[in-house]
Design a binder for this molecule. Structure first.
Ligand code: PGA
Length: 252
């Protein structure tokens, strides 16, 4: 049985006060809940304050949305995995479509990030997903398999326990359009078949694959009820405690 995960991607939102308030409310609500794994990917500038305020026995995992794949050096404005480790962070998001599209991160660079994070002992949430044009052209499965092969599947098999995959069709992110539960599940099954071919059936069965893209309190239970959907990566609906908590309940 794969344990479900609900992860919030706060993106470039929330003031420090708002972030502290939201995090505290979620932390308290899941404290005694037989909840799925819950992660919040916060903006860098709030991580230190959130870590300081975090309850020692917190079930919430705090993650970073990004980092630069070098140990240190002349990379003005960038943050390394060592900076994150220093703050007690060991979970990072890699390959989000906004970074691929807006920040021009290509498969090679994303592969470097995968290696840097895994070598430093991080857990990674690896995002993949096709554009609408690619889906309409009937190329969605090949495209997603390509993203995985180009940046992730070179990892040694024993490192796959540190990987969560998030399938996020670009056309569903922040648009209110959601993949149907059947469309999403079909892609998740395809990703498992790629994992079987690359590694083996155990890795395919044990790797958790999340759906992301306009997941909200109304559609979460249906999506999470599908055989191969192990939870969600939530953007907009993770910014309101009540909505995010409803999604966490849907994953129970
Ligand atoms: P959304 O974002 O839930 O707002 O569509 C998901 C994501 O980008 O991770």
């Amino acid at each position: 049985m794969r344990k479900k995960i609900v992860a919030g991607n706060w993106k470039m939102n929330l003031s420090k006060m708002e972030a502290m308030h939201l995090y505290g409310e979620i932390e308290l609500s899941v404290e005694n809940m037989d909840a799925p794994d819950v992660v919040c990917f916060a903006p860098f500038v709030h991580i230190d304050a959130l870590t300081q305020a975090q309850n020692d026995k917190s079930r919430l995992v705090l993650g970073a949305q990004n980092f630069y794949p070098a140990v240190n050096g002349a990379f003005t404005g960038e943050i390394s995995v060592h900076h994150l480790k220093d703050l007690g962070i060991d979970t990072v998001l890699i390959g989000h479509s906004e970074r691929r599209e807006i920040l021009n991160e290509n498969d090679d660079f994303i592969k470097q990030k995968v290696d840097a994070a895994i070598q430093s002992g991080f857990n990674i949430f690896f995002c993949c997903g096709e554009s609408l044009a690619t889906r309409d052209a009937g190329q969605a499965k090949a495209f997603v398999a390509g993203q995985l092969r180009n940046s992730l599947l070179h990892l040694p098999i024993n490192k796959m326990v540190d990987v969560v995959i998030a399938y996020e069709p670009i056309w569903a992110i922040g648009t209110g359009l959601t993949a149907t539960k059947e469309e999403a599940n079909e892609m998740h099954q395809h990703i498992r078949s790629v994992l079987t071919n690359t590694f083996n059936a155990t890795v395919a069965n044990e790797t958790r694959i999340l759906y992301g893209g306009s997941c909200n309190p109304s559609n979460a239970a249906d999506l999470f009820g599908m055989s191969d959907i192990d939870g969600g990566l939530i953007g907009g609906a993770s910014l309101q405690a009540q909505d995010f908590l409803k999604i966490i309940h849907a994953a129970k």
